[in-house]
Write a protein that binds this ligand. Structure first.
Ligand code: ADP
Ligand code: MG
Ligand code: ZN
Length: 550
């Protein structure tokens, strides 16, 4: 099987992390590889996935029993035949591992380097038909490091005896350690070395809360007329409507999604490759095989699935190293949709928790109050200085202490029983009398009207940012009613302060509004109005809206 479906089906990830894909390709192709990646960058996957792409057994040398056990447990739960031979095993466990090994049932076998000291190990592995060796924490072979494990020196012997490809992984980047690994594990033969920072400094990062999202995308695309770009959408239907809207605005755009005929998809891919200045409006189905170096911009009309997916998708821009721009839109609907997709999925609870955490990381990036690149690279384990090439560095946002506002929201959510959506909570805060407020007696709550100092739109921005920080979450058990999370407790108790962006509290830019009494069915008049709106927007260089009576 190829890498992408395995990534999804076995590991439950929707995208590779930076660097993983190239390493997986090289390891799967049977090359000797030394990969240096920061801690938490996702090295394990780089040997686990290729092990499933080839036939037979991969032996993994790993220094710690606890690490081996964790990985074997996770793999077994994902349905992969994996086992470990460790000194912590019981006799029965060892017997079972040896049986599975002889029956050639295993795909991954973990062992500590000390095992190699026994003369019986290498012949046993040879009989088991080992196809590849992976060495985790490969810096343990270095005598100069403080993790030196003499038995790692036996790995070279293992490689010679089995003459199969070897892939070594470490987070230690210094040149001496690297040289020593090459000398001792590869006998000085040159492996393919992967040591690339994750940063793509030519890509400008920017996020905006959704505020007339179609207009936001149209403006962004129109300002880059003539440049090749991709707009990612959350649904197939939206790719079609948005491509239509771009066409209507006089921009060359085509839709692309997995529901289209393969021939048509290939045609779009070929056109995009060939033509300058075409916009492809696509679902995530677009991109895997795209190798166009001069994609100048990537926009997300909806929030991506995870921070990994975000990185991979924006990473399609500016492969030639020239500046590329990005814009990612997000709103409370995205958060609700993504949380719902996770909660309603069939994944086991731990995987759901991990998916929520990855979504939180992306939302944290969306709501960042300091350099986005520092936050993005930090998530992948890499340190960076403020980049000067993101919307926040361009224009540092004004922030304010929103602890009290957040406490008001939390208490309104709690007092109304954690069963209502943002709209009702805001009605309570702003003291707005509605039928529902009256019926539920929520006008008698002490929080009723405690937030008259902010407008409804401002409360919406506060709630969106709180959703982004995972202080509140839509509860799937209660039809998406807002519930508070464990992270909210310190805020409620006043032990933690919350800082929010003030600019997100008001409309980012002024707008021209054309009010009309026409019926939306009146096509000629409607298109005349739309033309008027465009002319206004162009003349004033601000967005313009046509507002219809409801
Ligand atoms: P390392 O060994 O490089 O320190 P790990 O292999 O332990 O990193 O991975 C760190 C974490 O990243 C794990 O929780 C793993 O599940 C997660 N991870 C790895 N690859 C991906 C991916 N492509 N998408 C999302 N999460 C990933
Ligand atoms: Mg590791
Ligand atoms: Zn920055």
């Amino acid at each position: 099987m190829s890498a992408a479906p395995l990534l999804r089906q076995v590991f439950g990830f929707d995208a590779f992390r930076p660097g993983q894909e190239e390493i997986v390709d090289a390891v799967a192709a049977g090359r000797d590889v030394l990969a240096i990646m920061p801690t938490g960058g996702g090295k394990s996957l780089c040997y686990q996935l290729p092990a499933l792409m080839r036939d037979g057994l991969t032996v993994v040398i790993s220094p710690l029993i606890a690490l081996m056990r964790d990985q074997v447990r996770a793999l077994t739960e994902a349905g992969v035949a994996a086992a470990a031979l460790t000194s912590g095993n019981s006799d029965e466990e060892n017997t079972e591992v040896l049986r599975a090994l002889n029956a050639r049932e295993l795909r991954l076998l973990y062992m500590a380097p000390e095992r190699l000291a026994s003369g019986a190990t290498i012949p046993m592995l040879r009989r088991a038909g080992v196809q590849a060796i992976a060495v985790d924490e490969a810096h343990c072979v270095s005598q100069w490091g403080h993790d030196f494990r003499p038995d790692y020196l036996r790995v070279g012997e293992l490689r010679r005896a089995l003459s199969v490809p070897l892939a070594a992984f470490t987070a230690t980047a210094d040149a001496e350690t690297r040289e020593e690994i090459v000398k001792r594990l590869f006998d000085g033969a040159q492996p393919q070395i992967f040591l690339r920072g994750f940063d793509r400094p030519n890509i400008h990062l920017a996020f905006q809360p959704k505020d007339g999202p179609r207009r936001q995308i149209l403006d962004f695309a129109a300002a880059r007329r003539g440049q090749s770009g991709i707009v990612y959408c959350g649904t197939r239907a939206k790719t079609e409507t948005l491509a239509g809207a771009l066409n209507e605005a006089g921009l060359a755009a085509v839709a692309y999604h997995g529901g289209m005929e393969p021939d048509l998809r290939r045609e779009v891919e070929a056109r995009f490759q060939r033509e300058d200045g075409l916009i492809v409006v696509a679902t995530v189905a677009f991109g895997m095989g795209i190798d166009k170096p001069d994609i100048r911009w990537v926009a997300h009309a909806d929030l991506p699935k995870s921070i990994e997916a975000y990185y991979q998708e924006i990473g399609r821009g500016g492969r030639d190293g020239a500046p590329a721009e990005t814009l990612t839109l997000y709103g409370p609907d995205d958060i609700r949709l993504r949380r719902g997709q996770i909660d309603e999925g069939l994944a086991p609870p731990e995987r759901k928790a991990a998916d929520h955490a990855r979504l939180n990381a992306l939302l944290g990036l969306a709501e960042a109050t300091a350099c986005r690149r520092v936050a993005l690279l930090g998530y992948f384990g890499e340190k960076a200085a403020p980049c000067g090439n993101c919307d926040i560095c361009d224009n540092p946002p004004e922030c304010f202490d929103a602890t009290e506002a957040a406490q008001k929201v939390l208490s309104a959510v709690l007092r109304t029983g954690q069963t209502y959506g943002a709209g009702h909570v805001i009605d309570v805060l702003t003291g707005t009398m509605t039928d529902r407020i009256r019926q539920r007696g929520h006008d008698r709550l002490p929080t009723f009207g405690c937030g008259r100092d902010l407008s409804k739109a401002q409360w919406q921005a506060v709630i969106r940012q709180m959703l982004g920080r995972d202080l509140i979450r839509p509860d799937p058990e209660r039809h998406g009613g807002l519930a508070i999370t464990a992270a909210a407790h310190p805020v409620l108790r006043g032990e933690e302060r919350i800082t929010l962006r003030r600019d997100a509290m008001t409309r980012a830019r002024p707008a021209v509004v054309v009010r009309t009494q026409v019926d939306e069915e009146d096509a000629p008049l409607l298109s005349a109005l739309k033309a008027k709106r465009r002319a206004l927007a162009e003349a004033a260089r601000v967005p313009a809206y046509v507002i219809f009576p409801d």
